[in-house]
Write a protein that binds this ligand. Structure first.
Ligand code: AMP
Length: 386
């Protein structure tokens, strides 16, 4: 079966690697170069988008910022999973918020603003502090402002107005003003839904971000009630979208209550641990869902920590001396902050994982892997046997 992925980054690459044993052949459309490529070798095929879509059995996506005309071509084919409505909801925070409200899932209070008077009305309605996020093209903390005090409001609006004036979008830009949530931690739920409406979800993953970018994900057995709460929200959102494929929900946890921060209509960075820690990895389950194959078990096989490699093309090979530690490079050229690869480390139990996570952190330079050593120490304090 031929599967064409919109986007040719590391997620398409890992789909291709996971698809090979199932005889699922994955090619990718590079939105920037307008070329059809092999996402593992980067070989370019002499094929345009229309022909590639026509030849594919299934069309899917690895990211939510696909130009609307390209989405149109995919949607028209009748074999685009997840559908264009789902992709658009992931790529536009206005649609995302409307979707969360329509699905009845808790999320941070918000207002959509397009001008100065709406900006001040949002401050009055929601109070301070606020997080302001561009509706379009916002990800990994980009296009975001924090407004803490009323004195900073005028300067923040000047910044936002300049951003909106300079934004190059074919669609009208807007800002989602959101209440600042004093969360206890950030967690995410990755799961898959098939065309019959069946769903499977992985255990909740605890995520640590640095400057708005995911740095570490930790997958441990989650408390049953929290897992249930997350699963209900997942099912509500996925059903609303008639979703097919892997979907990720990112949450703020406040006490024992979850609020959805955002959705990702695709395989997700916080699900990379599933390659070593789960029975079926998220990439295989995404392909199974879109290809109409039975969904695989999402059981946690062993507790796992994932560490992102950002802006570096080298790590000490000694990390591979750590038992159950696995390196995944994306084959990309080095750029500051760029997601270049990740490391999964597993243990038979939390205590063993804590030892290995500490050993891993000790091999990663603290000026390049910001806060990873601190996260490892906190993890060890919680889980290491005394
Ligand atoms: P996002 O791009 O929406 O995932 O935001 C990036 C990061 O900013 C999140 O992972 C949070 O750490 C933080 N953040 C976003 N929205 C809020 C909010 N409403 N309240 C508190 N922190 C937030």
């Amino acid at each position: 079966m031929n599967i064409l992925v919109m986007g040719a980054g590391q997620l398409a690459r890992m789909m291709a690697l996971a698809g090979a044993p199932l005889n699922l052949k994955v090619t990718a459309y590079d939105v920037n170069s307008d070329k059809i490529v092999d996402p593992v070798s980067n070989q370019v095929f002499a094929l345009d988008l229309a022909n590639a879509v026509a030849q594919a059995d299934v069309v899917t996506s690895e990211f939510e910022h696909i130009p609307y005309p390209v989405q149109e071509v995919c949607q028209q084919s009748g074999k685009f999973f997840p559908n264009s409505t789902a992709i658009k909801a992931g790529g536009d925070r206005r649609q995302e918020k409307q979707l969360l409200d329509a699905a009845g899932v808790a999320n941070a209070g918000y207002r959509i603003i397009t001008n100065e008077s709406e900006f001040y009305a949002a401050i009055s309605a929601l109070g301070l502090p606020l997080v302001l996020k561009s509706a379009l093209a916002g990800y990994d903390g980009k296009g975001q402002w924090r407004l803490k005090t009323a004195e900073d409001a005028a300067a923040t609006w000047t910044d936002i107005a300049a951003f909106m004036a300079g934004a190059e979008h074919t669609l009208p830009q807007a800002i989602v003003a959101e209440q600042f949530i004093r969360f206890d931690r950030e967690v995410s739920l990755v799961g898959a839904r098939n065309a019959k409406g069946e769903t499977v979800v992985y255990p909740l993953t605890e995520n640590h971000h640095v400057n708005g970018v995911l740095s570490v994900s930790m997958a441990l057995p989650a408390p049953e009630d929290l897992q249930q709460q997350a699963k209900q929200m997942f099912d509500a959102v996925a059903a609303k979208l008639d979703y097919v494929g892997v979907l990720a929900l990112e949450f703020f946890q406040v006490g024992d209550q979850l609020l959805v921060n955002e959705i990702a209509p695709r395989v997700h960075n916080s699900g990379h641990w599933t390659q070593q820690g789960a029975d079926t990895c998220q990439f295989e389950n995404h392909l199974r869902a879109v290809a109409g194959l039975p969904l695989g078990s999402t059981a946690l096989v062993r507790p796992t920590v994932m560490v992102n490699i950002l802006g570096e093309d080298h790590v000490d090979a000694a990390v591979l001396n750590i038992p159950s530690c696995h390196l995944h490079w994306y084959g990309k050229s080095k750029r500051p902050g760029r997601k270049m690869g990740h490391i999964n480390v597993c243990g038979q139990d939390n205590a063993q994982l804590a030892d290995r996570f500490l050993a891993l952190a000790a091999l990663l330079p603290t000026d390049k892997f910001l806060e990873v050593a601190d996260v490892a120490k906190v993890f060890a304090a919680r889980h290491q046997q005394s």
